[in-house]
Design a protein around this ligand. Structure first.
Ligand code: DGJ
Length: 545
């Protein structure tokens, strides 16, 4: 009898143990469902953490009208063809809120489901109050009420196809809808298929530097807000640290543009903050750029968006926005490299959410990594039914597809090295001249073009690029296309004789370099290793004697 009681007690205890373990398992399962993506910062550099580790967005952006179930197959085949791990895709306010307060998240559901099926992460683009400076994605019930949701007025009273940033009702409506989207994602996407969200698209105004309506004019004649009068903000805007007064008094010839930038950024900052309260996913705003070198008049570009000259205003006005991001449609290396420099700042993680897809643009993938960039994404990857992307799919994506094929298996390593500042790069300039990279004890010289022995056949167009990842003093990874590397000892090594200890060609897999072959003889003589049109990863060790 006593034994039976003991046996029963043991059985009950086992059942309880199993139940407790199951309960703990469920709890662990939920925790394992995902760690929220976030941007971290160290020593002025940034990383996007996805699943708790640095992640590099090897992205592609769909055409504007492609986020419809019937269009998505072309988008996915483009993503597959280009070996991307991230799809940037719009979600449309007009479709999500067809009637005030009535939300339809079927598009979000479709994207989440398909993203998971394809094992591709998503960047959702909230096309709302601003899309390329206009209100074309506002719901119909707003577009048809121009009194309640007005556009801005030009200097001479002319109508401008751009929404007013001074309309409280529009700002509240956008914030409410955006918060609904972010709240929905929080429930529907516990595994973080969506890793970052773009708030609006290229906001600002074409055709007028600011709003000259009576309401805007009154604000313009008022005092500059205190957020912009902090000494560090004034310094960043090249104004005296004690400046105060009206916009005109504080900012002089830049007053119109700075007022508009502040107004647009405040509005979007409000919308972003409403989303952040319910879901802490990283948020960003993309910029239609101005020429980064010539300091042109604001009337020649989209005024009010986060162009390089007003980044400090955006930072002060919209703290809920994690970063502002350049859309690069300037092929010349002088401009594109300047943009990369201007948007990688200690207070701003570099992300290129749009760039042309041709080879001349793809060469900037390397300097973006060298600058600590968290992602790169050519625009318009799919066949949009208008001839763009069609047929071209094989050719226009070929170059980025090869880069992503090289980068995918080492994506986590690249993200980490980029975060740690271990990557240096050069791109072929329009003059095709060779370039050098300083590596402490070594200097690498890179010449561009197809090379044989000691001759280099220049490329017809500037498309080559190279990067060096410094694993140790004498231990380097070289990656590039159509270039020839040579080395020279520097510093403590200067004047010593030296040679290649080993040059290995291979690829990274599961965190380890896997050897394809050792290069020697014709492949490394005549100065050093050369690479052809397909991106190649070389592990090089050097020795000075
Ligand atoms: C930049 C915009 O942000 C995109 O949505 C798209 O309109 C492209 N321009 C077209 O080139």
């Amino acid at each position: 009898m006593k034994n039976i009681v003991i046996m029963r007690m043991i059985r009950m205890a086992s059942i309880w143990c199993v139940m407790i373990l199951l309960a703990l398992g469920t709890a662990w399962g939920q925790t394992d469902e995902g760690t929220i993506p976030q941007i971290i910062k160290k020593d002025g550099r940034h990383a996007l953490l996805v699943d708790g580790q640095p992640f590099l967005m090897l992205g592609g952006q769909a055409h504007n009208s492609s986020a419809w179930p019937g269009m998505m197959p072309q988008v996915w085949s483009a993503i597959k063809a280009m070996n991307a791990n991230t799809l940037e895709v719009p979600i449309y306010w007009e479709q999500i809120e067809p009637q005030p307060g009535k939300y339809d998240f079927s598009l979000v559901d479709t994207l989440l489901k398909q993203g998971r099926q394809h094992k591709v992460r998503l960047v959702l683009l909230w096309f709302a109050t601003w899309k390329n400076g206009s209100n074309h994605y506002m719901p119909e019930w707003m577009k048809s009420d121009a009194v309640k949701y007005p556009n801005i007025t030009g200097k001479n009273g002319q109508p401008v196809d751009s929404p007013s940033p001074h309309t409280q009702s529009a700002m509240e409506a956008d914030a409410k809808a955006f918060a609904a989207v972010m709240g929905y994602l929080k429930k529907a996407d516990p595994q973080y298929t969506v890793i970052i969200v773009q708030v609006q698209n290229e906001p600002g105004s074409w055709g007028s530097v600011r709003d000259f309506s009576p309401i805007a004019q009154k604000l313009f004649e008022g005092q500059v807000p205190t957020e912009l009068l902090k000494p560090e903000v004034l310094k960043a805007l090249n104004r005296p640290s004690d400046a105060k007064g009206t916009w005109q008094e504080v900012f002089g010839i830049n007053a119109d543009e700075y007022f508009h930038a502040w107004s647009v950024a405040r509005y979007i900052g409000y919308v972003a903050a409403a989303g952040k309260v319910v879901n802490k996913l990283p948020l960003y705003v993309n910029a239609a750029l101005r020429d980064p070198i010539t300091n042109p008049s604001a009337s020649t570009y989209e005024s009010g968006g986060p162009t390089d000259n007003v980044i400090p205003i955006w930072k002060a006005a919209a703290p809920a926005i994690d970063l502002v991001a350049p859309d690069i449609y300037m092929p010349a290396s002088e401009n594109a490299l300047k943009v990369i420099e201007l948007y990688s700042r200690p207070d701003n993680a570099l992300f290129v959410p749009e760039i042309g897809s041709g080879e001349e643009y793809v060469r900037y993938f390397y300097p973006v990594l060298a600058a600590g960039g968290i992602g790169f994404s050519p625009f318009g990857i799919d066949d949009n039914g208008r001839g763009e992307g069609k047929v071209e799919t094989e050719t226009h994506l070929a170059s980025i597809a090869q880069e992503y094929a090289m980068a995918s298996p080492m994506m986590r390593e690249l993200a980490k090295w980029s975060f740690e500042g271990k990557i240096k790069s050069v791109v072929e300039g329009e003059d095709h001249a060779e370039q050098t990279i300083d590596l402490g004890l070594w200097q690498a010289t890179v010449s561009f073009g197809a090379s044989r022995r000691n001759t280099v056949q220049a490329n017809a167009r500037p498309i080559s690029k190279a990067m060096v990842i410094q694993l140790g003093e004498n231990d380097l990874l070289l990656i590039g296309t159509l270039c020839h590397f040579t080395f020279r000892p520097l510093g403590a090594n200067a004047r010593k004789s030296w040679q290649y200890l080993k040059v290995e060609e291979g690829r990274y897999e599961n965190g380890e370099f896997k050897l394809l072959r050792i290069l020697n003889g014709d492949e490394t003589d005549w100065g050093g290793p050369r690479v052809g049109a397909v991106p190649t990863v070389l592990h090089v060790t050097l020795v000075a004697r």
